[in-house]
Design a protein around this ligand. Structure first.
Ligand code: DX5
Ligand code: ZN
Length: 217
């Protein structure tokens, strides 16, 4: 599997969003990571469907939405016209996981499940692992960009990659939070194939995001 880098829009320059999106348009193997927060599941608010519709009109990349919200089922239908490629919801926010996955799959080509750093992999039954397209392992407590990487997530990636091989599952392993050129290598070696990075990419001097993306790869 080739490594996908997913720059998180949360750290982009919101006053010059179009420029930032255009700077990323020529980069290959890139998803655009969109953190949707509701001020309830996490103590922060971000953006919703009207803003993402505008993002879609400029970005050439696959849109990867990470819903840090209490009721992700509310948004399955209301986001359907944004053209999301991937719809990730938090395991901790949902009671009827199987129903949620089946419904999301009718609208989106890829459906993912996210786990907070303190949620063990064992909460997800194997048959669910066989149904989903992506597992997002949070390597910070969700809610904010620019936090410090929690190194214990590397072991979680190793454990998940082992399961993926053992049962021949097809899901991607995405890691999100505090990723830089200092920890990306460990994550890739552990089996991650999709790395989200916000502040590390968007604080590049002279807006040279490509050099930061290449350093992560
Ligand atoms: C945090 C978000 C992340 C965040 C990552 O809750 O899910 O996607 O934007 O930002 P960095 O890379 O700065 O930790
Ligand atoms: Zn995220």
């Amino acid at each position: 599997m080739s490594i996908i880098i997913s720059p998180s829009l949360l750290s982009a320059d919101f006053l010059n969003l179009k420029l930032d999106l255009e700077r990323l348009n020529s980069v290959d193997n890139l998803w655009l990571h969109l953190d949707v927060m509701d001020g309830h599941f996490v103590p922060n608010l971000t953006f919703g469907e009207p803003v993402l519709n505008k993002v879609k009109s400029v970005s050439k990349h696959k849109l990867d939405a990470h819903f840090m919200v209490t009721n992700p089922d509310f948004y399955i239908e209301s986001f359907k016209d944004v053209g999301l490629h991937n719809f990730t919801f938090h395991w901790e926010a949902v009671t009827h996981h199987d129903r949620m996955i089946s419904k999301a799959k009718t609208f989106y080509p890829s459906v993912g499940i996210s786990l907070n750093p303190s949620t063990p992999l064992s909460v997800i039954p194997k048959y669910i692992l066989g149904k989903i397209d992506l597992i997002l392992l949070m390597s910070v407590n969700p809610g904010f960009g620019g936090q410090k990487f929690i190194p214990e997530v590397v072991d979680k990636v190793i454990e998940l990659d082992k399961l993926r091989h053992e049962y021949n599952f097809n899901f991607q392993i995405q890691v999100d939070g505090g990723i830089t050129d200092q920890n990306a290598g460990y994550l890739i070696q552990a089996g991650a194939n999709n790395l989200v990075a916000g502040s590390y990419i968007f604080t590049a001097p002279e807006h040279d995001y490509l050099s930061r993306i290449n350093k992560i790869r």
